[in-house]
Design a binder for this molecule. Structure first.
Ligand SMILES: *Cc1c(COP(=O)(O)O)cnc(C)c1O
Length: 369
C-alpha cells in the first residue's frame, strides 16, 4: 500500500480470509458458519466483507437490524441473513427482502405470524432465541408450550434454528456460568424439539465461545470479532490478523512554548518546549473524547505520540516532541501493529467499541496485503 495521504480505513481481505480459515479450522467440517456482519461489519464495509465471505462459502449472515439486511440484499448478497433484533414495524420488509427474523418473545412471535399469514407465506424461516442467562433477548423455558401451540396453529412459518447467546464466553473465570448457560440451552432446545416434532439447527457460540467451548458448537457457530482479527485473548490473537488499519496524516506541526496551552478549553499545557502535530481525525470520525489528555495515542514512524488536550470534532493534536516527523507523514491509529484491543484498553474499553465507531465519513479502502 502507498502511504496514506488522508484519513482512511484500509481493509485487508487477505487478513479476513486468514481469520475465516483459522476459525473454521477450530470447528468440525460439517458445522455451519454464520458470519456476523452487523454495524457495517464491525465498522468495516458490510457488502465488501459479505462478498468476500460468500467466496469462502460462508453458510449464513447475521445483522442486528433490518435495515442492515436490506443493505446487503441491495448489494446482491444472496446467502440467508438472520436479523438478530427486529421489531414489529420491520416485519413486512423482512419478508419482502427475504430476511429471517430472530423471534424472541411471545408478542414478537404472534405479530410475525400475523404478518406472514397476511402475506400468504408458507414455512417462512424463523429463528427462535432463548434466554439462557444473558437476560437481554429471548424466550424463557416455561414459554415452550406457548411457542409450540402457536406454531401448531399455522403453516406460514417454520423454525429454521434455535439459538442462544453466551454472556461471558471470553472470561474463563466465568466458566461455570457459561457451562450452565450451555446446559440450559441443551435442555431448552431438546424440550422445544420434542414439542415441535422436528429438529431445527442449534447454535449458541460467538467467537470466544467457538475458541473456548468446542463442546458447544452444535450445528452452527456465529463469529463476528474473530473475523475482523480480534480473539479477546493473547493466545488466539496471534493466529488472527486485524483486517482494518485506521490511518491518517500530519496536517500541521506547531512549536509550543513552555507554558502555552493547546486545544479547546486549554486541555494541555506545555511543561517543556513541545512539538505538536495536528491530525485530520476527531470524535466525529470515531476517536471518542475519552482518549484525550494523554490517555490515547497514535503511532508515527513506529513511535507512540500521545494525544494532547481534548479531542476535537475533526482533529486531534499529538505530542511529537521526541519523534522525527514532518507535515504530510503517515500516522497509524490502529491496525495489525498497534491493535484496537491495545488502544481501547487505555480507556477501559474493548476492541469492539473502537472498531465499530469509525464513522461513515472515513473513506474505506479495500486491499489485499
Ligand atoms: C454480535 C453477536 C455475535 C458475534 O459476537 P462476537 O463476539 O463478535 O463473535 C454473535 N451472536 C449474537 C447474538 C450477537 O449479537
Amino acid at each position: 500500500m502507498p502511504k496514506a495521504t488522508d484519513t482512511i480505513l484500509e481493509i485487508d481481505l487477505n487478513a479476513l480470509d486468514n481469520n475465516f480459515k483459522y476459525l473454521t479450522s477450530k470447528i468440525a467440517p460439517d458445522t455451519m458458519v454464520l458470519a456476523v456482519v452487523k454495524a457495517y461489519a464491525y465498522g468495516n464495509d458490510s457488502i465488501a466483507i459479505a462478498k468476500e465471505l460468500e467466496t469462502l462459502n460462508v453458510d449464513y449472515f447475521a445483522v442486528a437490524y433490518t435495515g442492515e439486511g436490506v443493505v446487503l440484499r441491495d448489494g446482491a448478497i444472496k446467502t440467508p441473513i438472520l436479523v438478530l433484533h427486529p421489531v414489529p414495524t420491520n416485519f413486512e420488509e423482512i419478508i419482502d427482502r427475504c430476511l429471517e427474523p430472530s423471534i424472541y418473545s411471545q408478542k414478537i412471535l404472534r405479530e410475525f405470524i400475523a404478518v406472514a399469514e397476511a402475506k400468504g407465506q408458507n414455512d417462512y424461516p424463523i429463528h427462535l432465541k432463548f434466554n439462557t442467562g444473558l437476560n437481554r433477548l429471548g424466550f424463557e423455558s416455561h414459554q415452550i408450550s406457548f411457542i409450540s401451540e402457536e406454531l401448531s396453529k399455522t403453516s406460514c412459518v417454520k423454525v429454521k434454528s434455535v439459538f442462544s447467546h453466551l454472556a461471558a464466553s471470553e472470561d474463563l473465570n466465568e466458566k461455570e456460568f457459561t457451562e450452565q448457560q450451555i446446559s440450559n440451552f441443551t435442555k431448552m432446545s431438546s424440550d422445544l424439539i420434542n414439542a415441535l416434532g422436528y429438529r431445527p439447527l442449534l447454535h449458541c457460540t460467538n467467537t470466544s465461545g467457538i475458541l473456548n467451548y468446542p463442546e458447544a458448537h452444535f450445528d452452527m457457530v456465529r463469529t463476528g470479532i474473530g473475523l475482523y482479527g480480534y480473539g479477546n485473548d493473547k493466545k488466539y490473537n496471534k493466529y488472527l490478523k486485524p483486517i482494518g488499519t485506521l490511518k491518517t496524516v500530519i496536517s500541521q506541526i506547531h512549536s509550543i512554548v513552555k507554558g502555552e496551552s493547546v486545544g479547546y478549553n486549554r486541555g494541555f499545557f506545555a511543561e517543556r518546549p513541545t512539538r505538536s502535530a495536528t491530525l485530520p481525525i476527531g470524535h466525529a470520525d470515531g476517536i471518542p473524547r475519552s482518549y484525550g489528555k494523554g490517555k490515547g495515542w497514535v503511532t508515527i514512524h513506529g513511535k507512540k505520540a500521545p494525544i494532547i488536550g481534548n479531542v476535537c470534532m475533526d482533529m486531534i493534536m499529538v505530542d511529537v516532541t521526541d519523534i522525527e516527523c514532518e507535515e504530510g507523514d503517515e500516522v497509524i491509529v490502529f491496525g495489525p501493529s498497534v491493535t484496537a484491543e491495545e488502544l481501547s484498553a487505555a480507556i477501559n474499553s474493548i476492541s469492539y467499541e473502537l472498531i465499530t465507531a469509525v464513522s461513515q465519513r472515513v473513506q474505506r479502502v479495500i486491499c489485499r496485503k
